[in-house]
Design a binder for this molecule. Sequence first.
Ligand SMILES: *Cc1c(COP(=O)(O)O)cnc(C)c1O
Length: 393
Amino acid sequence: MAKNWNKRTKLVHHGVRRSQYGEVSEAIFLTQGFVYDSAEAAEARFIEAGEDEFIYARYGNPTVRMFEDRIAALEGCEDAFATASGMAAVNAALMALLKAGDHVVSSRALFGSCLYILEEVLTRFGVEVTFVDGTDLDQWKTAIKPDTKVVFLESISNPTLEIIDLKAVCDLAHAVGAKVVVDNAFATPIYSYAMTCGADLVVYSTTKHVDGQGRCLGGVVLGTQELIRKSIEPYLKHTGGAMSPFNAWVMLKSLETMDLRVRAQTATAQRLAEALDGHPKLVRVAFPHLPGHPQYRLAKELMEEGGTVLAIDLKGGKAAAFKLLNALEIFIISNNFADAKSIVTHPATTTHQRLPDDRKDALGITPGLIRVSCGLEHADDLISDMMQALDQA
Ligand SMILES: *Cc1c(COP(=O)(O)O)cnc(C)c1O
């Protein structure tokens, strides 16, 4: 278990496993397999592997384990299993907990690939899925039934940044014995409140704030030792969603700077949101810590800061949105977020293009909506870039 250090200290030191060479920077164990001293030692390890004993990189690897230990300490969890991508983590969390005939309740505002797993994959295997408006507690109350096994949600929705009353939803789920799986990408591991609200499993795409520099895909499932070792590990080690040792090393080193990066990006996002709020060319600015946000009080209660992403809706619809995107000089047009480089995305024509218009409307994905991810550039430069582009839109 983690020492009683502050987060930033844990992010630099927790989980280090030094080799016999005493290296300062964590080593990359770029190896698939491990050698046994004897036939008896191999047999013993297959019966039960000790803390520093590994069998095969699909099951675990010293560099991957360092990353898992460190991020588990940050989240305040007993254990973690790292995966090849955020989607491998979401898939494992759901598949490991469910079987045919089970019932799932999920919020409807989901990342496209999460929606695919719930809507297309799970239903093919006889799992019933009910979707609700995650911000409406009455819909959760009606949908969660005595046979509900899993509740799934994104704590902060993409791209409109709606907040779910996580504690209330966890209480409803636990009252019927259901497990709560939280995709926590937008909340960030720095400001996460999922475990304290009662989540059973927390999932991250570490492609986002953990890497934070646009290099590697990765994911992680976090929870109790019991859930991770008895449910998640068996599923993942046999189905092949493991994180590569190289990617684990990149993520491990990224954790050292994550607190500094995320706090700087968050401060910039807050400033940009305030600067844009009330701009005559905008219908609205969505940012959890702006007083105009529909769940401002809940956001202030749950979230230490407002996060690194905001969304703006242009009065001139798609034409104005495209003009703005094309006029920006620092922000790059891409579909990711939480990068050191600030990124703008037009969800209606890219990440959410596949959704029919009525579902886009229900999720607030209007033709004028742009998602803005704040990077590590100077806030003054980002604000003036956005203002000059708005003048042209
Ligand atoms: C990016 C993202 C994922 C998927 O992560 P990958 O690492 O791209 O597989 C899942 N959920 C949310 C909320 C995301 O933002």
